[in-house]
Design a protein around this ligand. Sequence first.
Ligand code: ZN
Ligand code: ZN
Length: 291
Amino acid sequence: MAARFTILASGSAGNSALVECDGERWLIDLGLEPKELDSRLATVDAAWSQIHGVLVTHRHSDHWTPKSLSRCWTSRVPVFCHRDHVPSFRLGCPDFRDLERERLFRPFVGERPIAISENWQCRPFRVRHDGGATFGFRFESSHSAFAYAADLGCWDRGLLERLVDVELLAVEFNHDPDLLRRSRRPPWLIHRILGDEGHLSNAQACELIGEVLKQSGTDRLRQLVLLHISRECNSADLAAATARAALAQFGSIANVFAAEQQTPSPWFVIGESLSDGGVVPPTALVQAMLF
Ligand SMILES: [Zn+2]
Ligand SMILES: [Zn+2]
């Protein structure tokens, strides 16, 4: 019944995460070229040949590449995404039409759950972002849940509902607004990132987490993973310190891990002993360095 989760890459230079439920392995996003993806998979003791399916959040180029999508066709791996992603995928990856013809393109149907394994399902949920239709994912079994939401400009009650009572939450901590405003980025880009369809700041993410904690069972959240941290307008240390301060304010015991662009995270275990009626000690959730 247990699931595991690792971030293979996170940031504007490429995003991909690996989910393992009942031994079945799925990727979230394909923002690395195949060779690099293989190397990251090997680091966490996994391989492309084990991938059962790919879930795509949106069409921005740091979340898929033509070659990685093409490999889904050549190795007959189904791609689950929204219909609005199709024009970009057809344009960038000629093999995508073959994938569609062979019914390996599996469009999201609202928030209808996707069967991930015998005991786990995944519900896509929509978030606000300027990459067209953009999604986060909530993975659920009868005992546990975890969620992934990268690339979102703001949050609302609807999103909050999808993140309540998760054991692990991976969410965007993109930038510090002051660092962003002081950066050498052009005004239009700063405006875009700060907008409701841009990227979530450390402060916005902390507000969201505060609400998640208020509405979740006591100590339900065990692991917070910070995603899509800007290299120029944020740092792992700053994002983690901000997140820890927010957790402390609510008396949360959750661990914090800042996902990196170049190095895969450790595996995070979800639902391991909760299915036995026990409580997972925080130390059991993280097998490597914590920020
Ligand atoms: Zn994006
Ligand atoms: Zn992105």
